[in-house]
Design a protein around this ligand. Structure first.
Ligand SMILES: NC(=O)c1ccc[n+]([C@@H]2O[C@H](COP(=O)([O-])OP(=O)(O)OC[C@H]3O[C@@H](n4cnc5c(N)ncnc54)[C@H](OP(=O)(O)O)[C@@H]3O)[C@@H](O)[C@H]2O)c1
Length: 247
């Protein structure tokens, strides 16, 4: 028996980076996937075909942009109409946004919050309603160390990631009665497009603060997320776990 056999997991932003590593890890542990992506690119279609064949799991794709709440509602309407279940939700997709406080217009903060927080709240509500009916579920939110540490340049992004931590605590308290666990992970510097886009001085500063002095891999984050999503973590909820090489 694999760790996630018989479960269906919805993972946002799983066409690349950490989300892709999570989806692949879940599939390797027997989970059927609902891959939520902005659009379906040929390279991702090829990846999905490999997962289906290698792991013998079902892989479905749904498309929405986190900037568009109506699209998200339509996708969940269709999932409900088709009587799909969601046992595991990973709120992974997010947009990066660096910028010093005095240089960040509030409209940028609002745009980042829409993608990185408001739409994540909506997805969590819609998935949790499905889980409440089932009386079980696991939700993992991807936050960031930028929400926790003293570091310049993260007013918009760090704020959105801090909000995800608060959502985790609140949702864990409210949903426990329905057998739903909610946890968050806070990665440090991870070797993905987003990590590589970061200003080089900022990357060097983050590495200098870590014990391991290297970037993490998406697979290392996926291992932690898989543990939290699985029944092995049945007594863990409302927690934030850092995965940052010891910052
Ligand atoms: N990498 C790091 O160092 C690091 C550190 C801490 C936390 N994190 C967090 O880890 C998670 C994954 O990051 P990553 O490093 O894997 O980033 P990534 O490689 O840039 O991937 C981001 C994913 O989010 C999707 N996305 C972005 N904006 C979207 C939107 N408006 N609607 C729908 N999807 C959208 C992207 O889709 P498209 O391909 O369509 O753009 C992509 O699938 C994020 O929550 C991030 O904040 C990353």
């Amino acid at each position: 028996m694999k760790r996630l056999s018989g479960k269906t997991a919805l993972v946002t932003g799983c066409n690349r980076g950490i989300g892709k590593a999570i989806a692949e890890k879940f599939a390797s542990e027997g989970a059927n996937l609902i891959c939520a992506v902005r659009d379906i690119k040929p390279a991702f279609e090829a990846e999905i075909a490999v997962w289906r064949e290698r792991f013998g799991v079902e892989v479905n794709v749904v498309c929405f942009d986190l900037a568009n709440e109506q699209d998200i509602k339509e996708v969940f309407k269709a999932l409900n109409r088709e009587k799909r279940v969601v046992d595991i939700l990973v709120n992974n997709a997010a947009v990066p946004a660096g910028g010093l406080l005095l240089m960040t217009p509030t409209h940028v903060v609002k745009e980042v919050m829409q993608v990185n927080f408001f739409s994540q709240v909506l997805i969590t509500q819609l998935a949790a309603k499905m889980m409440v009916k089932q009386k079980h579920g696991a939700i993992v939110n991807i936050s960031s160390v930028t929400a926790l540490d003293n570091q310049a340049g993260w007013t918009a992004y760090g704020g959105s990631k801090a909000a995800m931590i608060s959502l985790t605590h609140s949702a864990a308290s409210e949903l426990a009665a329905f057998g739903i666990r909610v946890n968050a992970v806070a990665p440090g510097l991870i070797d993905t497009e987003m990590g590589r886009q970061m200003d080089e001085r900022c990357q060097a500063e983050m590495l200098s603060r870590s014990c391991l002095k290297r970037k993490g891999t998406p697979e290392e984050v996926a291992n932690l997320v898989c543990f939290l999503a699985s029944d092995e973590a049945s007594y863990i909820t409302g927690q934030l776990i850092r995965i940052d090489g010891g910052m």
